[in-house]
Design a protein around this ligand. Structure first.
Ligand code: NDP
Length: 396
């Protein structure tokens, strides 16, 4: 009999975490759940920990520990809290770890999991954007495997199977265009957080949905593509595809293109990463292409979505500029969510921060450490808050 696969789920209470749990709960004998983590959704975290019979449940926030302990009372499941506890949970031996914490906070636990030599299923794109070379060198050093979970990167990975990366001319990742694809440009500044939080095709967490509307999500994915597949910035393109059924296309030097077509359901990419190198039955919709009829494409307009232009600049600069980009974007989004700045100000603020913060000297993998990334992240957040203060005086 095969041993159950030891699994840890970071960000278990979120959209990706819940989709992962949906898959593993269908075959409980196949998995031995080590750790589940969450943030403030303690009811969900405790429910998941009990349902999966996890060894430990961790909330990222110290002030939630008592609530978590109460919710787990009598279960025998360990409760812990705080960033240190997240990193400690990542040290527990696991064969497969889901990295689905939102934002920069996902980096440290993911790195720690790689240090244990496990397979890290990477939904947390921020890890590669902020610290791509560190993630890759840590994986190589410890014999760990990075598996893509973002649907576009899973699609590229699948389209590359059996192929040589040196034969690739272009990697094209698709974008639905988000909530405001067809809005008149002059209306974009008036878009509210509520309007930006609704996605036409995908049901996701709020922050990634807003990032989809501003195309910061696609911008992050362009950078993630460069890091994941070690191709140059000029080989990567975003393409608007309103139906979101083709997730990525790999164009080869002989003129052939291999695309990946699949439903709008993250359980496909998660299940692929979970079962790799096998393909197992997954409970996702089977597409009826005759019924769908047509698939449409249009160029990604960098005037409408300046985040794409900024991503190109970040890819050219390399190194720690991704950490600056991500930090500025996260802080700018908080300001947008608080109604302090307009939707279109987010990209302008990020551009301002990129122009103000210089990270030359660390543009290659040499010397990239977690401390250096953390210091860059903190510095970029500080500069973004300063930019925002002036912004509100000058523009609002
Ligand atoms: P959600 O917002 O739905 O979930 C985020 C998870 O992180 C929750 O478990 C949340 O806990 C936890 N969390 C929040 N803040 C912290 C913190 N400071 N420290 C530790 N944990 C925290 O996000 P998604 O599932 O949508 O996205 C997760 C990651 O996957 C992101 O990087 C996103 O870009 C990526 N991704 C998501 C896709 C999707 O379809 N949703 C598709 C592809 C990639 P709690 O809710 O308990 O507060």
């Amino acid at each position: 009999m095969t041993q159950p696969k030891r699994i840890s789920l970071f960000g278990a209470t979120g959209s990706i975490g819940q989709s992962t749990i949906d898959l593993i709960a269908r075959d409980p004998d196949a998995y031995d759940v080590v750790a589940v983590t969450g943030g403030r959704n303690i009811v969900q975290l405790a429910e998941d920990a009990r349902r999966l019979n996890a060894d430990i449940a961790v909330t990222a926030f110290d002030d939630e520990l008592d609530a978590l302990r109460d919710a787990l009372a009598g279960s025998g499941i360990e409760a812990a809290a705080g960033q240190g506890a997240l990193v400690e949970a990542a040290c527990r031996p696991a064969d497969w770890t889901m990295s689905a914490i939102i934002g920069y906070a996902g980096l440290a636990p993911g790195l720690k999991a790689l240090e244990q030599g496990a397979t890290l299923a990477l939904a947390n794109k921020e890890s590669l954007v902020c610290a791509g070379s560190l993630m890759k060198s840590t994986a190589a050093q410890h014999g760990a495997t990075l598996m893509p979970v973002d649907s576009e990167h899973s699609a590229v990975f699948q389209a590359l199977q059996g192929e040589d990366i040196s034969a690739v001319e272009k990697i094209i990742i698709t974008a639905s265009g988000g909530a405001f694809r067809d809005w008149p440009l002059e209306d974009l500044p008036k878009a509210t957080p509520e309007q930006a939080s609704t996605h036409p095709n995908w049901n996701m967490g709020q922050r990634i949905t807003i990032d989809s509307a501003s195309m910061f999500n696609k911008a992050m994915e362009l950078i993630e593509t460069k890091e994941f597949f070690d191709v140059s910035a000029s080989q990567i393109e975003a393409l608007i595809h309103p139906q979101s059924l083709i997730h990525a296309i790999v164009a080869y030097r002989d003129g052939g293109m291999i695309s990946h077509v699949g439903p709008h359901d993250m359980r496909h990419a998660i299940g692929y990463a979970l079962n790799y190198p096998e393909r197992q039955h997954l409970p996702v919709e089977r597409l009826d292409l005759a019924k769908i009829g047509a698939l449409n494409f249009q160029p990604a307009d960098e005037t409408r979505w300046p985040a794409l232009r900024l991503a190109r600049e970040v890819m050219e600069a390399g190194g720690l500029s991704g950490a600056v980009f991500n930090a500025a974007k996260e802080v700018a989004m908080d300001a947008f969510l608080d109604h302090q700045i307009r939707f279109t100000d987010m990209a302008a603020v990020v551009e301002d921060v990129l122009n103000k913060v210089t990270v030359t000297g660390h543009t290659d993998s040499d010397g990239m450490t977690l401390d250096l990334v953390a210091a860059t992240d903190a510095m970029a957040r500080r500069v973004t808050r300063e930019v925002l203060q002036n912004w509100m005086v000058e523009h609002i």
